[in-house]
Design a protein around this ligand. Structure first.
Ligand code: ATP
Ligand code: FE
Length: 356
């Protein structure tokens, strides 16, 4: 099965072509991604209308580039997979329309993919990670623990009750007048900082379970910043570095402790995990990776983190997730709709392929 995948749910327009291999990792023949950072730079965040327009303009180009890179015509494709939600609805609609056009034009089967399922399955793009495994999805818009039992079977163990970690990193950068996206900037600044000079809270550690909260961290940063500015009449480079280091250390502690609990919960339920995996843009953070790796090592669990190009939004993970569904016989018709919200867990909502 050769699959063409499309992703356009946030601010990356992406097309990928991969060849599924039932016994091994897929072969990624092409991955073409057009970011929109420059378009949104003046607004301090992603503007949905601008994003939707850019996706509509760039999707065709990404598809034809991907086909060129793979050296294939669209006839050689066996199926088309597209992110059908959750995400910014204008972008998702652009992707779904483009995929429908291709599917009709070339007479190929179509399948809508849950963006979160794409992330959750991304560890299998390059590593042999058998089901079930525990996934911590930690990105600009999401933060949750999922037991991944199969391509369309997930159990959510908990997640953030307010902001996502990436959002908190971005906000921190904004408050310290560092450029966007904030994560890499905060990580860089934290390198030379003192993580214990400022006391940051560790939200929800006093409560049982795997739920997390990050909005308090953001507020703590704002308050500490203002207090330091008032005291000293401004922020030095060292102040900034110490603030970043303190914030990041709190983030690491919370994610590590909650991961420990999620692993313990799996043991309690008698689920033999093949690995702890992490994905999403925040998984790029080396301190967070190291903290999670430490937790995995302590519980004798394998730790897997996909390379960065598969951690952030990309069409390869969508093509792969869609490929698994297509090989399983799942299909969507021309009534496939774009969904702004689409929870993954069966127990909290209808699943992948609802309406099918
Ligand atoms: P979602 O995938 O949930 O829809 P998104 O597309 O914004 O949201 P990603 O592209 O997966 O998310 O990740 C982007 C986020 O990752 C940004 O918030 C960015 O600041 C954060 N990030 C990137 N690199 C790092 C890093 N080194 N440390 C911390 N955060 C990082
Ligand atoms: Fe994403």
């Amino acid at each position: 099965w050769t699959i063409l995948g499309l992703e356009s749910s946030c601010d990356d327009t992406s097309a990928a072509i991969l060849r599924m291999d039932p016994r091994n990792c897929p072969e990624i023949l092409a991955l073409v991604t057009e970011g929109q950072e420059a378009l949104h730079a003046d607004f301090g965040g992603v503007v949905p209308e601008i994003a939707a327009r850019a996706h509509a303009e760039k999707l065709d180009l990404c598809v034809s580039d991907a086909l060129t890179v793979a050296g294939l015509g669209v006839d050689a494709v066996d199926g088309i997979a597209v992110t059908a939600g959750p995400g910014l609805i204008g972008g998702v609609i652009s992707g779904v329309m483009c995929a429908k056009g291709l599917a009709i034009g070339a007479g190929k089967p179509l399948v809508g993919v849950n963006h979160l399922a794409g992330h959750a399955l991304s560890p299998q793009l390059e590593d042999n990670v058998p089901f079930p495994y525990l996934m911590l999805l930690v990105s600009g818009g999401h933060c949750q623990f999922l037991i991944v039992h199969g391509p369309d079977r997930f159990t959510r163990l908990g997640g953030t009750i307010d902001d996502a970690p990436g959002e908190a990193f971005d906000k921190t950068a904004r408050l310290l007048a560092l450029p966007q996206p904030g994560g890499p900037q905060v990580e860089e600044a934290a390198k030379s900082g003192d993580p214990v000079r400022f006391a940051f809270p560790r939200p929800l550690l006093d409560r049982p379970g795997c739920d997390m909260s990050f909005s308090g961290l953001k507020t703590a940063l704002l308050r500490t910043r203002d207090a330091t500015m008032t005291e000293r009449g401004g922020l030095t480079r060292t102040d900034r570095a110490d603030l970043c280091a303190g914030f990041q250390a709190a983030m690491c502690d919370v994610l590590a402790e909650k991961t420990r609990r999620a692993l313990a919960e799996c043991t309690k339920r008698g689920i033999a995990l093949s690995a702890l995996a992490v994905a999403g843009g925040v998984a790029a953070n080396k301190s967070i990776r190291a903290a999670l790796e430490g937790v995995a090592a302590k519980s004798d669990t394998r730790f897997v983190a996909p390379p960065l190009r598969y951690c952030t939004d990309n069409a390869a993970m969508i093509a792969y997730a869609g490929g698994l569904l297509l090989m399983d016989g799942q299909r969507d018709g021309m009534d496939l709709s774009a969904r702004p919200r689409w929870p993954l867990d069966r127990s909290s909502a209808p699943m992948l392929g609802s309406g099918r």
